[in-house]
Ligand binder design. Structure first.
Ligand code: APR
Ligand code: ZN
Length: 249
């Protein structure tokens, strides 16, 4: 797909670029998204597996589901879309990467200072006393590990439906949306708040809004540019054109 020259012109002059990513950027790393036809929520009930009530009513089922997802994520590798955002960090004078993803593929690709709005699936903590947990996670029979400090149940350090997002992360993300010159919404259905607010905050604050997604979303009518293809193809193309424009290649 042709990337508009006007977008390259704007990016060549941009001082501050902010990016919000969703599950779509990890799709080409073999990690299922949530709302695509073959996504996780087509097979599993999010309220049973990604909520406090779900964990309280059947902690072992939730624990096993996260172990299953962790196993897939640990085997996954960053794709060219993740790597292109590492280049973004080098090209733009100021850059903020905000993600809804919990897989830490951005960090494994080499992105630094990633704002994680929904926590991460790699770490665990105690459901009762919040103490970080570094003990064994693969217990016989899929048993839920217990906190050595208080005996409480151990849970993954992701943000579940109905839980507050980490306030510091959300404040930093909103600040980036308000101050950036260009805001990218990449690989997200833009349906889950408060993350889905960010592109609108950016637009209202005068940023150029760019969406990278092979499918249209609720955000699409509001964006200035749509790159309607996989982020694993669109983002490396954009980096190549931008480097040519800026004489970096
Ligand atoms: N490149 C870019 N985008 C893609 C690709 C791809 N290769 N493949 C799919 N997509 C797009 C889909 O078109 C869809 O719009 O990625 C988006 C994924 O949307 P969701 O599955 O809703 O994922 P996301 O937006 O990240 O969900 C937000 O919802 O369930 C909660 O906490 C969970 O963080 C998640 C939040
Ligand atoms: Zn505890």
């Amino acid at each position: 797909m042709e990337i508009p020259g006007t977008l390259i012109e704007i990016l060549a002059k941009a001082n501050y670029v902010a990016v919000l990513t969703g599950a779509g950027i990890s799709a080409e790393s073999g990690i299922k998204t949530f709302r695509d036809p073959d996504g996780l929520w087509a097979k599993f009930n999010p309220m049973e597996l990604a909520s406090i009530d779900g964990f309280m009513s059947n902690p072992q089922r939730v624990w096993e589901w996260y172990q299953y997802r962790r196993d897939i994520i640990n085997k996954a590798v960053p794709n060219p879309g993740h790597l292109a955002l590492v280049e973004f960090e080098k090209i733009f004078p100021k850059f903020t990467l905000i993600t809804q993803n919990v897989d830490r593929l951005h960090q494994r690709a080499g992105s630094t200072n990633v704002i994680e709005l929904h926590g991460n699936i790699i770490e665990n903590h105690c459901f009762s006393c919040k103490e970080p947990y570094f003990g064994e996670t693969d217990l016989p029979g899929g048993e839920v590990p217990r906190c050595p400090k208080c005996g409480g149940m151990i849970r993954p350090s992701v943000v579940w439906f109905g839980e507050m997002l980490p306030i510091e992360a959300l404040n930093q993300a909103e600040e980036a949306a308000m101050e950036c010159d260009v805001f990218f919404s990449i690989g997200t259905s833009a349906e889950v708040y408060p993350a889905a607010n960010l592109p609108y905050i950016a637009k209202r604050s005068g940023a150029v809004l760019v969406e990278v997604n092979p499918n249209p979303t609720v955000l699409s009518p509001y964006v200035d540019f749509r790159i309607a293809e996989s982020s694993a193809i669109g983002l490396p193309n954009l980096v190549r054109l931008l480097k040519q424009k800026k004489g970096l290649e």
